[in-house]
Design a protein around this ligand. Structure first.
Ligand code: VGL
Ligand code: ZN
Length: 215
């Protein structure tokens, strides 16, 4: 019998083909989070997914800046922008959620990165904090107080989603084994953990939820 965590939401960040092995921006070991996230879903009655959802002309793609390569940093409308390979383009296979990820109990999907002029790592706001996806109000209106973050990539979209979640007043948990980092630099994962911890994100392992089956 599954325990349902009251006033709690499971947030599944960007578990999309392009962030998984064979994808355009594959996160090493990314596929390992899928069975864990599916198991975790049994313990939540409120589940929300985010989806990186770029137009083909998105400003975060190196290919859209003449002479620029993946890994270079440019100024994109006033913000430093790390340049990525073309990924999660609307209408492509890469933008789709992995077929083994179970979407049957999702309450909503929040798409981000739709504005070509600004990147959007967090599921709540774009990187300039100008536009809001509506996720924060949605969770608040549903009486959610605790947010459990999982998915890809730990050092980008997961981190910024967790930090924004804290800043909006949600008690925020990172389920550390249900996320994987890109690690553009070797220590990015460690740094991201520190940053989240320092901001007030509580780090837990999936076993804390999965082994607690009393109702
Ligand atoms: C992501 C880089 C670019 C992510 C999205 O989902 O972590 N990373 N776009
Ligand atoms: Zn992206």
């Amino acid at each position: 019998m599954a325990m349902n965590l009251k006033n709690s939401a499971l947030l599944i960040v960007d578990v999309q083909n392009d962030f998984l092995p064979g994808g355009a921006l594959a996160v090493g070991g990314g596929e390992e989070v899928i069975p864990l996230i599916n198991a975790l879903q049994q313990h939540f009655n409120f589940i929300v997914a985010t989806q990186d959802f770029h137009p083909a002309d998105h400003g975060s793609f190196a290919a859209n800046h003449e002479g620029k390569k993946v890994g270079e940093v440019i100024d994109l409308n006033g913000l430093p922008q790390f340049l990525w390979p073309v990924h999660c383009v609307q209408g492509s296979m890469g933008v789709e959620f992995h077929e083994e990820l179970n979407p049957t109990n999702w309450t909503a999907i929040f798409q981000k990165g739709k504005n070509s002029e600004v990147d959007s790592y967090s599921g709540f706001f774009d990187n300039a904090r100008r536009e809001d996806t509506g996720l924060g109000d949605f969770l608040q209106n549903e009486g959610i107080m605790n947010v459990f973050v999982t998915g890809l990539a730990q050092d980008y979209c997961v981190k910024f989603t967790a930090l924004d979640s804290v800043s909006l007043g949600f008690k925020t948990f990172l389920i550390t084994d249900a996320t994987k980092a890109v690690n553009v630099n070797v220590s990015d994962e460690e740094k991201a953990l520190e940053e989240m911890k320092n901001a007030g994100v509580v780090l837990i392992e999936s076993s804390a939820i999965l082994d607690h089956v009393r109702i």
